[in-house]
Design a protein around this ligand. Structure first.
Ligand code: LLP
Length: 424
């Protein structure tokens, strides 16, 4: 069987469309996603969970494009959100509010208000102060807020320190030894309804053992709460399953869920997971055109038209992403290139020391760029954000138009237009 993103002959294809055709029609840099791969990943979760009460909440932050959300809505997904913006995106895409969980350490009262009005499934509460605020907000609205409490299990997820979230030194969750007290308090608050327990220990996890250790801790807490008359409805294990960028060997989605289910045993808690990267990471690529080849006695630079503002992961985490020419060249010498963007920072690179046969105007594909690519992009250096397209078999869908100069300055004002003397 052919893979939806692969070279066929000399040309890179996304499903039935060549990357060259997309570059010609939409220009570069452009993010390209395969609908088939998004569906395949989501369905791997879904198929593993048919016999267990469950909710698969796609982590919107991985890629919040409306068309991506639309695909997932059609598959019956729930959503994990971290802001009012993400909530509104999900609702705009037709997502069911009854399948939304709201994560994050800093939900504002106004965000809580909007989420309560929308009747979301659950707030993942991360501190006593947040619990108090949520209770006050829901009291004012005459609502009852469904909550889970996020535990910080203090396990080491062995991932990049910036995306490890379940260690004592991280800002996330409530320490295990403080959580029973907080549940007892929550269960007495009039405008709070205790529903579940959750954790999210980190992202790009390759080893499942720290998660298993966390599940054991969570189940101990569930039992202790039961003894105290607090019965939970669900357990939410967050997201975090890693993908292969280079040679990492994370468990497959099915093995991952199988291990979780076996750890849960005959426990009838509803299982919630919040996968982001493992749904969309390998379903997307970023195509970019080589502008200049600059060879020096020290290094060879391929200067491309995508930069750290389009794809921040290499600059921020020193992440390694595969980079390949979309059309394989024959008869040109392979050389070692640093693939860099036009932004005025030495941290602006997509890859270092890559052995490639390329020439100017060639188009390169940065692979595994579907998650935390477009969603972390910015306008730094006043660069317009890239276009995004979704390939669905023989169809190309423009998921996001390339930004224009007018988009860049939207909401900005020249001084003269905003002169407003303060009244004394
Ligand atoms: N749930 C919560 C509460 C989260 O904080 C996250 C990700 C997820 C679910 C989804 O995790 P995933 O399945 O995608 O690993 N920008 C970084 C990743 C940051 C992840 C933040 N939280 C990167 O590019 O590697």
């Amino acid at each position: 069987m052919t893979h939806p993103i692969e070279h066929r002959g000399n040309e890179l294809y996304i499903e039935s469309i060549s990357a060259a055709e997309i570059a010609k029609e939409f220009g570069t840099p452009t993010y390209v996603y395969s609908r088939a791969l998004i569906e395949e990943a989501f369905n791997s979760y879904k198929n593993m969970l048919t016999s267990h009460r469950s909710l698969i909440c796609y982590a919107v932050k991985a890629n919040p494009n409306l068309a991506v959300l639309d695909i997932l809505v059609q598959l019956g997904a729930g959503f994990d959100i971290v802001s009012e913006g993400e909530l509104k995106r999900v609702l705009t895409a037709g997502g069911d509010p009854g399948k939304i969980v709201f994560s994050g350490v800093g939900k504002t009262p106004s965000e809580m208000n909007t989420a309560l009005k929308s009747k979301i499934y659950c707030f993942n509460v991360e501190s006593e102060s947040e619990l108090n605020t949520l209770n006050e907000v829901s009291k004012k609205m005459g609502e009852i807020a469904p909550i889970s409490i996020r535990i910080n299990p203090n396990v080491n997820p062995t991932t990049h320190p910036y995306i490890a979230t379940g260690m004592r030194k991280n800002k996330f969750g409530v320490p295990k030894d403080e959580v029973i007290k907080l549940y007892e308090k929550a269960s007495k608050l009039k405008n709070i309804s205790v529903q579940g327990i959750d954790c999210h220990i980190g992202s790009q996890l390759v080893d499942i053992n720290p998660l298993i250790e966390s599940i054991q801790q969570l189940l101990e807490i569930v039992d202790e709460l039961k003894r105290r008359g607090i019965n939970l409805e669900h357990i939410n294990l967050g997201g975090g399953l890693g993908i292969t960028y280079r040679d990492e060997a994370p468990p497959s989605i099915s093995d991952y869920i199988r291990s979780i289910l076996s750890e849960l045993g005959d426990n009838n808690l509803k299982l919630i997971v919040e996968p982001g990267r493992s749904i969309i990471g390998n379903a997307g690529i970023l195509i970019t055109e080589v502008q200049y080849l600059k060879t020096t006695s020290h290094r060879n630079f391929a200067i491309v038209d995508a930069a750290m503002n389009d794809m921040l992961r290499p600059a921020l985490y020193d992440a390694w992403l595969e980079i390949l020419p979309i059309s394989k060249r024959h008869g040109i010498e392979h050389k070692t290139w640093d693939i860099v963007g036009p932004v005025c920072e030495s941290g602006d690179f997509l890859g270092h020391q890559r052995n490639l046969a390329i020439k100017e105007r060639d188009i390169l594909a940065v692979l595994s760029a579907g998650a935390y690519g477009s969603s972390m992009s910015s306008n730094y250096n006043s660069r317009c954000r890239a276009a995004e397209v979704i390939v669905d078999s023989e169809t190309i869908h423009l998921a996001r138009k390339r930004e224009s100069f007018n988009d860049l300055i939207l909401g900005e004002n020249l001084l003269a237009k905003t002169e407003k003397p303060r009244a004394k």
